[in-house]
Write a protein that binds this ligand. Structure first.
Ligand code: SF4
Length: 390
């Protein structure tokens, strides 16, 4: 098995996902060995250091690029991996710089080597890792597989609304399976309150019976526009406002931060010309509109915002679904929608950064396709909701 330094983050958060990804890469014969000069053997695996830039050869200084605001523990483990592999090749490494639009630091990676080796050692030597719910699950392409495993074991791991503390509380009263949540509902009610107990029981039933179940009546749904925004967070720049109107995708694209204001005003004009509801998924779009309106002194009435309808909330408040999470991807995939790209919320930020550096129009086209699929997926699941309540 060939492990790249870029796999360290996933190994750190979910080794199971990292195993799936590496196997998938190897099945598709995607080799990493050609992209880096630095590799070494350890624990029966080949470790490959992928750096983004060699700043200088002598003394040897390498750079790893990131997009986030803060340096995290897994960044230190990734640099320890890079440092260890390079020095195992007999090279003297002068510095590893980790850089993002927010910081640039030369890191002290050596104290992290033993922890990194123990993590990589157990990763190489273990074949199967158990399902552990993490923040990665929301966008993970392997979640249907994990969900199936969890459903077979009747575990509460993916039961929506059950976080670690709630899970511990339920377990301490002998409530360990989905059937327990239904059969022992009076105890769940005492522990978590009537409303939550009812929701969990419906949720558990939906998973066991593998079908959507209405929790309460859904308000009237009318034809509308669908909106999805793509932002480049390192610059706090909303560069793409995708609208789907009557089946036609209209991308409002700002080429740089200085044109954000005009593009935002064009979108507001477009929306204001109709009285249709504006459907979006989660509260991101409404929050960005409020921020941009303040930033560019655009007066938007309460009525304007009242037209925004969050499809996520329509689902979460009214329907129990047998899905691993209530993310747009998870719900839409459950009903059979397929995205045409491999992008997700995090990868699209990296892709846009790459587009800014290279100007490669194919990358921008892929982002447009991803954004179009997001608005089409929002429309798709709203139509499914109408079918459920019909
Ligand atoms: S769904 Fe969650 S537990 Fe399963 S592989 Fe993905 S991140 Fe890991």
């Amino acid at each position: 098995m060939v492990i790249s330094s870029k796999d360290v983050k996933t190994i750190y958060f979910c080794p199971r996902k990292a195993k799936f990804e590496i196997r998938h890469r190897e099945r598709n014969k995607k080799s990493l060995l050609s992209v880096s000069n630095f590799q070494t053997d350890a624990f029966g695996c080949i470790l490959v250091a992928e750096v983004d830039e060699i700043v200088s050869e002598n003394p040897l200084v390498v750079k790893i690029l990131k997009t986030g605001k803060k340096l995290s523990e897994y960044h230190m483990l990734e640099s320890a991996f890079v440092g260890y592999v390079i020095e195992s090749n007999g090279k003297k490494l002068d510095a590893i710089i980790i850089e993002s639009p927010y910081y640039s630091v030369s890191v002290n990676w050596k104290p992290y080597v033993s922890r990194m080796l123990s993590m990589i050692g157990s990763f190489c030597e273990t074949d199967e890792f158990r399902v552990m719910k993490t923040h990665l699950c929301r966008t993970c392409p392997f979640s249907p597989e994990c969900f199936k495993e969890i459903v077979n074991s009747e575990s509460l791991t993916f039961l929506h609304g059950v976080k670690e503390k709630t899970l511990e509380k339920l377990n301490s009263y002998g409530i360990n399976t989905l059937k327990d949540v239904i059969n022992m509902n009076p105890i769940v009610e005492q522990l978590l309150g009537k409303e939550k107990a009812k929701r969990l029981a419906v949720q558990a039933k939906s998973i066991i019976e593998n079908r959507p179940i209405l929790i309460r009546p859904v308000p009237k749904i009318s034809e509308g526009l669908y909106l999805d925004i793509e932002s480049y967070t390192p610059l706090n720049f909303d560069y793409l406002f995708g609208i789907l109107d009557d089946g036609v995708y209209i991308p409002f694209l700002a080429s740089d931060p200085s044109s954000e204001s005009n593009v935002f005003k064009e979108v507001v004009n477009y929306i204001s010309k109709t009285n249709k509801p504006v459907y979006h998924f989660h509260n991101y779009e409404i929050n960005r509109f409020k921020k941009l309106a303040r930033r560019y002194n655009v007066e938007l009435s309460k009525n304007f915002f009242n037209r925004f309808i969050d499809v996520y909330k329509l689902y979460i408040d009214h329907v129990a679904l047998p899905v691993p999470s209530y993310s747009l991807k998870s719900i839409a995939r459950y009903f059979g929608f397929n995205w045409r790209t491999q992008l997700n919320g995090q990868l699209v930020v990296h892709s846009y950064a790459e587009y800014l550096t290279t100007g490669d129009k194919r990358i921008l086209q892929e982002i447009l396709t991803y954004n179009e699929d997001d608005v089409r997926a929002t429309e798709f699941i709203l139509k499914k909701l109408i079918e459920i309540i019909a």
